[in-house]
Design a protein around this ligand. Structure first.
Ligand code: ATP
Ligand SMILES: O=c1ccn([C@@H]2O[C@H](COP(=O)(O)O)[C@@H](O)[C@H]2O)c(=O)[nH]1
Length: 236
């Protein structure tokens, strides 16, 4: 089943890049149908928390703790893109690498289809979507394809100074992350993209009263104690 889904997903990704919006929507509907069937079968729509913050703010670190404590499934959009980039035969691998190295944001059709396929693969009903949506294209694409199928909870926003973010990413690079974007040149671009494209999305959710902001500068255990409060107060 998963192989079939992966193959379909690959086809979708390739065609998404090549074809018109209309074709994209049709193809996307085909892949989404599997997920929709699954969602219909379950009693409740899956609960979604978006996890946002600057590069290296500690989103992945905190998500791992939330998974342990609250039983969420962690879906990192960046990890899903890196997996797709590494997958043999991927028709969008080179495109993804170019976007990642240059700190640009991959077109939403690619990211959203990977997220939906990952949700569909899981039998759990609570998802942390880490590092997405990070621009208006992401948000619009998500709203078109997914917003009706999920029960959006809130944005968990890890606020962190640029200097701390840069230090953390450079240390991660030095400790052998193997990431092609944990270097100063890519980081400058990632931070620029974050300031120009991602902060307005966080502001949008803030205006809707949907942001839970956490200071991400202290130690990861201190940060998690605040995160824990947020989730408990939100009924998890
Ligand atoms: N509170 C913290 N204090 C010190 N170091 C931290 C803290 N949280 C995370 N780190 C470290 O900083 C680095 C980046 O953390 P992490 O990968 O969780 O960030 P991220 O926000 O997911 O990054 P990216 O957006 O680049 O994927 C890691 O090496 C991690 O161990
Ligand atoms: O929704 C997304 C998420 C990520 N990207 C690209 O991946 C890198 C790395 O993301 P991390 O969250 O830091 O792992 C990011 O700079 C983007 O280039 C994306 O395009 N869309």
């Amino acid at each position: 089943m998963f192989k079939v889904l992966t193959r379909s997903c690959n086809l979708l990704l390739a065609q998404t890049i090549k074809h018109s919006t209309c074709t994209t929507v049709n193809l996307y509907s085909t892949i989404a149908a599997g997920a929709l069937t699954r969602l219909k079968m379950s009693e409740e729509k899956p609960k979604i928390v978006f996890v946002l913050g600057g590069p290296g703010a500690g989103k992945g670190t905190q998500c791992a703790k939330i998974v342990d404590r609250f039983g969420f499934v962690h879906l990192s959009a960046g990890d899903l893109l890196r997996e797709e980039r590494a997958r043999e035969g991927s028709e969008v691998g080179a495109l993804i690498e170019d976007y990642i190295r240059n700190g640009k944001i991959v077109p939403v059709e690619v990211t959203c289809s990977l997220l939906e396929a990952a949700m569909n693969k899981s039998d759990k009903n609570k998802f942390l979507i880490d590092g997405f949506p990070r621009n208006q294209d992401n948000l619009d694409g998500w709203n078109r394809q997914m917003s009706e199928k999920v029960d959006f909870q809130f944005v968990l926003f890890f606020n962190c100074s640029e200097d701390v973010c840069v230090d953390r990413c450079l240390s991660r690079g030095k400790s052998g992350s193997g990431r092609s974007d944990d270097n100063m040149e890519s980081l400058k671009k990632r931070i620029q993209t974050y300031n120009n494209d991602s902060l307005p999305i966080i502001k949008h959710f803030e205006e809707l009263g949907k942001v839970k902001q956490i200071d991400a500068s202290p130690s990861s255990d201190e940060v998690f104690s605040k995160v824990e409060e947020v989730f408990v107060q939100s009924g998890f």
